[in-house]
Write a protein that binds this ligand. Structure first.
Ligand code: Z5A
Ligand code: MG
Length: 230
């Protein structure tokens, strides 16, 4: 894969890396809609960009996760938590290569969903964060903020394991606990997900273009939640 090279003011060659743009939020808040629209926009305007969704259900680990989510397999809460994390670790080399090669990544759910769903089941937040420590840290978390009442209006919840109102309330609470514990407050960008698809898309495009420009010279951040060790 070719790397995008530019010259800085001292005429030293530098590599431009891609941005890691993450969409997070509770169920039916429009994450996939906006991730897809951003991907299409960036691709159509000539950016090197890749869309990545977690869980990645294509791998053997992802297939076990899929069997669990579709209620075809039972697993201990801690075991499935570790599998979700392993599913991210197995993607790490590919994601890293893409970013270093100058490709911007649009990621639909990540470790923040991982922790929030497991905490909603009653697992300890600090325990839940441990397996993901040291993964790539996103450059931004675009958090699609919507009340459960509003998300319910969006066609109702489906057949998957977690798509129940009282569980979703716990997930929303866990996301806010996780954000409060996150020392990198500037990472989170909350958007009012009640707005129209197009209005949200406009804001997300602006945020993303600024980010792509600003983080192209920065080193990759392979330190997710490392500050919380010890
Ligand atoms: N999970 C976990 O436990 N641990 C982990 O580590 C990870 C995940 C990574 C995967 O589901 C499940 O795994 C998930 C978390 C858990 N559990 N649940 N439930 P998924 O990500 O595959 O779920 P999904 O099927 O993509 O649903 P979603 O992500 O919850 O939905 P969404 O992507 O946020 O919303 P959407 O599909 O874009 O839109 C939903 C509907 O709203 C759709 O009809 C849209 O047309 C409509 N929509 C979208 N935007 C708007 C606006 N602005 N206005 C009105 N209507 C809108
Ligand atoms: Mg989705």
């Amino acid at each position: 894969m070719s790397k995008e090279i530019s010259l800085n003011t001292t005429n030293t060659a530098t590599y431009k890396r891609g941005a890691f743009i993450l969409f997070e939020g509770c169920d039916r808040t429009g994450k996939s809609t906006q991730a897809n629209k951003l991907f299409e926009y960036l691709q159509s305007t000539g950016h090197s960009v890749k869309l990545w969704k977690f869980p990645d259900r294509t791998t053997p680990i992802g297939q076990t996760i899929n069997a669990y989510l579709t209620n075809n397999q039972e697993l201990d809460d801690k075991a499935i938590h570790l599998l979700f994390s392993a599913n991210r670790w197995e993607s790490l080399p590919k994601l890293k290569n893409l970013l270093l090669g100058g490709t911007t990544l649009i990621v639909d759910r990540y470790a923040y969903s991982g922790v929030s769903y497991s905490v909603a089941k009653g697992l300890d937040l600090d325990w839940c964060r441990c397996p993901d420590i040291g993964l790539l840290r996103p450059d931004i978390i675009i958090f699609m903020d919507l009340s459960i009442e509003e998300s319910e209006k969006r066609g109702g919840f489906g057949e998957e394991r977690y798509e129940k109102k009282n569980f979703q309330e716990k997930v929303c609470k866990s996301f806010s606990q996780l954000k409060q514990k996150d020392d990198d407050d500037s990472l989170w960008k909350f958007l009012d997900a009640k707005q129209s698809v197009e209005r949200l898309h406009e804001q997300i495009v602006k945020i993303s273009l600024d980010l792509i420009e600003n983080c192209s010279q920065l080193p990759l951040k392979e330190d997710l939640w490392k500050k919380h060790l010890g």
